[in-house]
Write a protein that binds this ligand. Structure first.
Ligand code: URA
Length: 436
């Protein structure tokens, strides 16, 4: 593709046409070389979001992304290697439970994670709430750690799928995140380049997800599974509810604390249930005959918690967090409770809730913002739950009284009650590529 043809390609996409694999590869190469401008890439992305990309285009984008950088080879590790990825959620802390569970069950977990994006949280930001924890492992350190203790969770280096890094940053600020092809290429290029032979995806749907509609989320999950399998990876996906926060906590240290409670067997909620499901899905993909039983066993006999302890210590963190999470994790100076009155929870505006946590300092308003690990929200009831008069539904953990007051004022439009009965919402809507 010559530079002169770029506007022609953009116009073709604008008019609903399709780009060939060669054209997509050349475009991404030219973009990374600085021969295609951000404005041209943004226009092309927007045309694709509106018109839709074909499956062939999604596959070509994935391959062009992978080819933009290095790939990791984990083939010398003993036992199946596994990675998991969520398309992004609120209170979505499953990695902190799933990774040690899988390591305790004998898999090799080499997990590449991201930072919070928009209203969603990121595993790296959460882990950094643990005093001393480091996420910037070199590929060699990551490899060595997985070999030694069975798991590592780290940031992808600059050299792994650099095209996704640049294009993701553009999408974040140009309204071009919600596209099946773009999300699939972004997620699957990182997972494939990361080297794991088994990939489990948690594709979110609902108001707090990037793909809000169930049928679109299912389409995304199916596309990701086909791309993974075409690259010889065992790939499965669960399509799960993000129409309310997954765990009670939204905010970095708070989410680490509740994940540790799940590992300690002290919490039996939707976060625990989905963590178990995802771990069982990964085990099923690797041929484990009784995946659910295996997950229960390593949670109950303490093996998962022990792997979490070793993992935190290996990455420089204070491992006593596994024993005394609320003493070791940073806590906010101001905690205010909000009681909505009596009624049944009708809905929770999950995206808004993520934004409020961000406003408190748990997420970034701008790329360069420094997070406050201690702040966030704790949301107790789920859709369909009854709240009694005076019973607190939400806790606001804030740095200042002003921050707390600002958020308290907005909560009535976020958690809404009714007098009527409301059905609880299913947690897992679909299982894809799981043989049933
Ligand atoms: N998560 C990703 O890694 N990429 C996307 O495009 C959306 C969610």
């Amino acid at each position: 593709v010559s530079v002169l043809e770029i506007p022609v390609l953009i116009a073709r996409k604008r008019d609903g046409g399709e780009l060939s694999a060669d054209e997509i590869r050349s475009l991404i190469t030219a973009y990374m070389a600085g021969d295609v401008g951000d404005e041209q890439m943004s226009a092309l992305l927007m045309a694709g979001v509106i018109r839709g990309f074909s499956e062939a285009e999604a596959v070509a984008l994935t391959e062009a992304f992978i080819a933009s950088g290095d790939t990791v080879d984990l083939s010398d590790l003993r036992g199946p290697t596994v990675d998991k990825h969520s398309t992004g959620g609120v209170g979505d802390t499953t990695t902190l439970v799933v990774a040690p569970v899988l390591a305790a069950a004998g898999l090799q977990v080499a997990k590449l994670s991201g930072r919070g994006l928009g209203h969603t949280g990121g595993t790296l930001d959460k882990l950094e709430a643990i005093p001393g924890f480091r996420v910037d492992l070199t590929p060699e350190q990551m490899h060595e750690q997985v070999e030694r203790i069975g798991l590592a969770v780290a940031a992808a280096t600059q050299d792994l799928v650099p095209a996704d890094k640049r294009i993701y940053a553009l999408r974040d600020v140009t309204g071009t995140v919600p596209s099946q092809a773009l999300i699939a290429a972004s997620v699957m290029s990182k997972k494939i380049a990361g080297g794991a032979d088994t990939i489990v995806l948690d594709v979110k749907t609902g108001d707090g997800a990037f793909m809000e509609q169930l049928d679109e989320a299912v389409g995304l999950a199916e596309l990701c599974v086909r791309i993974g399998e075409a690259h010889g990876r065992r790939t499965g996906a669960l399509v799960t509810d993000m129409g309310q926060p997954l765990g009670d906590a939204v905010g970095n240290a708070l989410e680490v604390g509740v994940a540790i409670e799940v590992l300690r067997g002290e919490r039996d909620d939707r976060l625990a249930a989905l963590s178990r499901e995802l771990a069982a899905a990964a085990l099923a993909l690797t041929g484990e005959p009784e995946p659910e039983e295996k997950v229960s066993q390593v949670l109950e006999d303490g093996a998962a918690l022990e792997h979490f302890r070793e993992f935190v210590a290996a990455q420089g963190g204070d491992a006593t967090v596994a024993d005394r999470p609320w003493e070791v994790l940073p806590s906010a100076p101001i905690v205010r409770r909000w009681a909505p009155g009596a009624g049944v929870v009708r809905d929770v505006r999950t995206r808004r809730l993520g934004e409020l946590a961000s406003l408190l300092g748990a997420g970034r308003q701008r790329k360069e913002d420094v997070l406050d690990p201690a702040v966030g929200l704790v949301v107790h009831p789920r859709i369909g739950d009854r709240v009694e008069d005076g019973e607190p539904a939400v806790e606001v953990h804030a740095r200042t009284e002003d921050d707390a007051a600002r958020v308290l004022e907005l909560l009535p439009e976020v958690v809404r009650l009714t007098d009527e009965d409301v059905r609880s919402v299913d947690l897992v809507h679909r299982r894809i590529g799981m043989g049933s």
